[in-house]
Design a protein around this ligand. Structure first.
Ligand code: COA
Length: 158
């Protein structure tokens, strides 16, 4: 059986830290699905279609990485795709509480689905999508925080 995992997120927009996670997770499995959704508590700057297009562009050189989107519960999407492992990144201790709560909630909803945690490269541990958005919005340089096509998309957006 091939090892398949889902790396879910809002990716508004994808940062170098997310991309580092995709590379790391992609090396651990045969097939990685980057699944883009919307956190109901967030109001994304990029539409779902825009985020899918950007992440597809970033990942186009990675043959075992698929980019998809979903609506509704993550565990329902995982079941639909017959995938039983989710990958999430832990950047700093401050991520732990939120990730812990989400992983255990998902386990309650679907006991057969496991969440695996990986740490992105330490130099990316402080990057967040909202910080990148804020810098771009104020006309600052974001090229050291996000891949080229994300930088271009941010320039077009603001
Ligand atoms: N590098 C850089 N930044 C990272 C990162 C990494 N490796 N990992 C996380 N982040 C940042 C993101 O940039 C984002 O920052 P922001 O808050 O400033 O925008 C933040 O951490 C978390 O974003 P993300 O990883 O995209 O996750 P999310 O919390 O927005 O979305 C979902 C998580 C989509 C997986 C979750 O909301 C979900 O499952 N939704 C479907 C509904 C559902 O099933 N709900 C029940 C869940 S218990």
């Amino acid at each position: 059986m091939p090892h398949i995992a889902i790396y879910p997120g809002t990716f508004d927009p994808l940062t170098n830290g997310h991309y580092d996670m995709i590379l790391r997770a992609g090396r651990m499995v045969d097939h990685l699905i980057v699944a883009i959704s919307t956190n109901p508590q967030k109001d994304p700057v990029f539409s779902l279609d825009e985020r899918v297009a950007i992440v597809k562009e970033v990942c186009k050189g990675l043959p075992n990485v698929e980019v998809d989107s979903f609506k509704g519960l993550l565990v329902e999407y995982a079941k639909k795709r017959s995938v039983d492992r989710l990958v999430r990144g832990l950047r700093a201790y401050s991520d732990f509480e939120y990730e812990f709560q989400m992983a255990l909630t998902n386990r309650k909803l679907a006991p057969d689905i496991e969440t695996l945690f990986m740490m992105p490269k330490e130099e990316y541990s402080y990057i967040s999508s909202s910080m990148v958005r804020q810098i771009a919005q104020m006309g600052g340089p974001v090229d050291r925080f996000a891949p080229g096509c994300v930088v271009e998309a941010l320039k077009r957006k603001y």
